[in-house]
Design a protein around this ligand. Structure first.
Ligand code: FES
Ligand SMILES: [Fe+2]
Length: 400
């Protein structure tokens, strides 16, 4: 490793990351949890009715309240490194294009041609304009309708361009709110979305200095929340991941904090106890702590010593399907392509072969009507907080 990432204002980014105060705090708390053989806990066991996974009306409300009305994390800035770089997101009923304009500003639009509704682009890419494949209408990167093919024959198009939705970029992250600006013109305030404490913490990771190297998508036949749940506790490591994650990570010892609806769980490396023999000012905590952030409601972003990765879970067309996009970004001070490749492949294998099949299995069982309720333990505070967040958001929307 070399410390070759000095910021414009002279900060040694690699060092700043490795000595991030929150990582040091989580290492300190993690050591204590391991020493005392316990974990951060919720006050009581929570019994969760399974209707939240099965009710189609509830699903529609969740999509509206959690995925359309809220500002969602949609990308790291480095996914859109230059003007014309775009990515698409299949949010139910609001398929989005997120694109960096010629002026460097990130904007988001519905991925739907104003002529007759074709999608304009798929996946990710780089373009100078969005040209519809059906009849060739062209839109500028700022969404303006640039050209109607055979305009003399077509007549007056009657629309200025693509339907724009709110987007904002800060701390190396991009957020968008899928509702059209016409319906909700308020700008997104990223500090308000995250809260000051979490915003400050995420700023300290300098996510802008990372590089996308790998990506994959897993489709799962389960309710979207069950796919999110796979990240929300470490209790299952020793059993479901006995031969994988549990080889390197502690099960059931994890410091946990909340930031409004968001949360942070630190996954602890089994060798964390080595830190006990070192003075704290010499710690490199990220060797032993993985910072697992939940950006409510559907993105889990993990910062590790040599990279950051995130999984974004999006509901499918019904309550019974979802997709998980898993992206991996290397930090430039760690030049080890083969290490990054094998880390990504390992995590992807665990998601596809262990976690997502478990979500499907649970969904099949609750769908079959076997259980009316399931349980979130005191040692699963992340799950409890997440479901509390869903209920609070839905209750607040119902009051409006
Ligand atoms: S649907 Fe796009 S040009 Fe016709
Ligand atoms: Fe897991």
């Amino acid at each position: 490793m070399t410390n070759d990432t000095i910021s414009d204002d002279g900060i040694d980014i690699a060092k700043a990351r490795q000595r991030h105060p929150k990582a040091i705090e989580m290492a300190r708390r993690g050591l204590e949890l391991v020493r005392t053989k316990t974990t951060d806990q919720a006050p009581a066991v929570h019994e969760q009715p399974v209707g939240v996974y099965l009710d189609p009306a509830r699903f529609e409300t969740e999509v509206d309240v959690l995925f359309h009305q809220r500002a969602l994390f949609v990308a790291l800035s480095v996914e859109l490194p230059q003007p014309g770089a775009f990515k698409t997101l299949e949010i139910p009923r609001f398929p989005l294009i997120v694109v960096r304009g010629q002026d460097g500003v990130v904007r988001a639009f519905l991925n739907t041609c104003r002529h007759r509704g074709s999608s304009l682009v798929q996946g990710t890419g780089l373009t100078r304009a969005f040209v519809c494949k059906y009849h060739g209408w062209a839109y500028d990167l700022d969404g303006k309708l640039r050209k109607v093919r055979a305009a003399d024959n077509f007549g007056e198009p009657g629309c200025p361009g693509l339907i724009e939705v709110a987007a904002a970029e800060r701390y190396g992250m991009v957020f968008a709110r899928p509702r059209s600006l016409e319906r909700d013109p308020s700008p997104i305030d990223v500090d308000e979305v995250l809260g000051d404490e979490l915003a400050g913490q995420l700023e300290g990771w300098h996510l802008n200095l990372s590089e996308k190297v790998h990506a994959a998508t897993v489709e799962t036949a389960s309710n979207w929340k069950l796919a999110v749940d796979t990240y929300l506790e470490t209790y299952h490591f020793a059993t479901l991941h006995k031969t994988t994650v549990a080889k390197t990570n502690f099960s059931d010892h994890a410091p946990f904090d909340v930031y409004g609806p968001h949360s942070l769980t630190a996954f602890l490396d089994r060798r964390i106890e080595r830190l006990a023999d070192q003075p704290e000012d010499q710690w490199r905590p990220l060797k032993h702590v993985q910072m697992v952030y939940v950006l409510f409601p559907n993105t889990i972003m993990t910062v590790m010593q040599d990279h950051v990765e995130y999984s974004m879970i999006l509901p499918g067309r019904t309550h019974a399907e979802n997709s998980m996009e898993h992206l991996y970004f290397s930090f430039p001070d760690f030049h080890a392509e083969d290490v990054h490749r094998s880390r990504f492949d390992n995590t992807q294998w665990i998601l596809a072969e262990e976690d997502c099949p478990m979500a499907e299995e649970m969904f099949r069982n609750v769908e079959a009507g076997v259980l009316q309720t399931i349980r979130f333990g005191r040692n699963e505070p992340g799950l409890q907080h997440q479901y509390g967040g869903y209920e609070a958001a839905l209750a607040e929307a119902a009051r409006r």
